[in-house]
Design a protein around this ligand. Structure first.
Ligand code: NAP
Length: 284
């Protein structure tokens, strides 16, 4: 994939972004986003539930970049599901970000009154407050249902994707339906020794790259948007240098042996997970 992709509604989205999950501290988040913007990232992925939309907004303002050159994603948390609550949540996110539109707005979890939420999102889209609508953590069957019973089609599904959980069929269905797969946790948040894994390292050494760069490139070559997170500038830069090399078909195949076919972050089909996530409340 090139550095930009055109979504199914005609809007352009960078294929490499910067994620800010687990950076709750205002100053740290603002600094990291400023470093990302300074080093060429043009997509910032936040969420109401990350409690750092204000810091993201402050960094965007301080960066001096044109608003139109930055692609901002934020997400609706479960506690704001439903038509009226979502209307308020969109306005609250806009206000915390200090923006008058959001490039991509996602339903964060397939939980609660998502149909009411989607209708509020469609209204905000028509009003120009949201430039594209999408979801996160939706299984393909839920997405199919959402598409069939609403007017506006999602542009993106942001899901867990990394070498240990590659989800080839799920990704293929999204691509076949013109919905962009976006990887969260591309490094599996560092689990299972991913940054030193020997299978990845062998490929990395050939190109004088790191495991992280090979993982992001492997996702990019599968037509998946990536949003790695780091609070270290050297790593922020490292994670952006993925457009100057390419994996061969053989190497793409080799990466497949790492796939265990199991999520490392919980099973959404387990009622206990649904109860825990659906009941989680955040102050934004
Ligand atoms: N929709 C959802 O439900 C959902 C869920 C999770 C995440 N997300 C989004 O996806 C983004 C990325 O996922 P994530 O933050 O969970 O995890 P991740 O990007 O897979 O991993 C981040 C971890 O890797 C470390 N790291 C980053 N680059 C590195 C490098 N080059 N070398 C060594 N270590 C490195 C970071 O440490 P340092 O920061 O210390 O460098 C951090 O501990 C999030 O920030 C968020 O925007 C969405």
């Amino acid at each position: 994939m090139d550095k930009e992709i055109t979504l199914n509604n005609g809007i352009k989205m960078p294929t490499l972004g910067f994620g800010v999950f687990q950076i709750p501290d205002f100053d740290e988040c603002k600094r990291a986003v400023l470093e990302a913007l300074k080093n060429g990232y043009r997509l910032i992925d936040t969420a109401a539930a990350y409690s750092n939309e204000r810091a993201v907004g402050a960094a965007i303002k301080e960066s001096g970049l044109d608003r139109k050159d930055i692609f901002v994603t934020t997400k609706l948390w479960v506690q704001d599901a439903g038509y009226e609550n979502t209307k308020k949540a969109i306005n609250a996110s806009l206000s915390r970000l200090g923006l008058d539109y959001i490039d991509l707005y996602l339903i964060h979890q397939p939980l609660g009154d998502i149909y009411g939420s989607w209708r509020a999102m469609e209204d905000a889209y028509k009003a120009g407050k949201l430039k594209a609508l999408g979801v996160a953590n939706f299984e393909n069957d839920r997405l199919q249902d959402l598409m069939m019973h609403n007017e506006i089609k999602p542009v993106v599904d942001q899901i867990e994707l990394h070498p240990f959980y590659a989800q080839p069929e799920r990704v293929q269905w999204l691509l076949d339906n013109d919905i962009v797969p976006e990887a969260w946790g591309p490094f599996a948040e560092g689990k299972k020794g991913i940054f030193t894994d020997p299978t990845i390292k062998e490929i990395a050494d050939k190109y004088d790259k790191t495991n992280g760069q090979v993982i992001l490139r492997w996702l990019n070559q599968r037509n998946i948007v990536v949003i790695p997170k780091s609070v270290h500038e050297a790593r922020i830069i490292e994670n952006s240098e993925i457009f100057d090399f390419g994996l061969t078909d053989e190497e793409m195949k080799k990466m497949r042996i790492l796939d265990n076919g199991v999520s490392l972050f919980g099973n959404m089909h387990d009622p206990a997970t649904v109860k825990q996530l659906g009941g989680a409340r955040f102050s934004y």
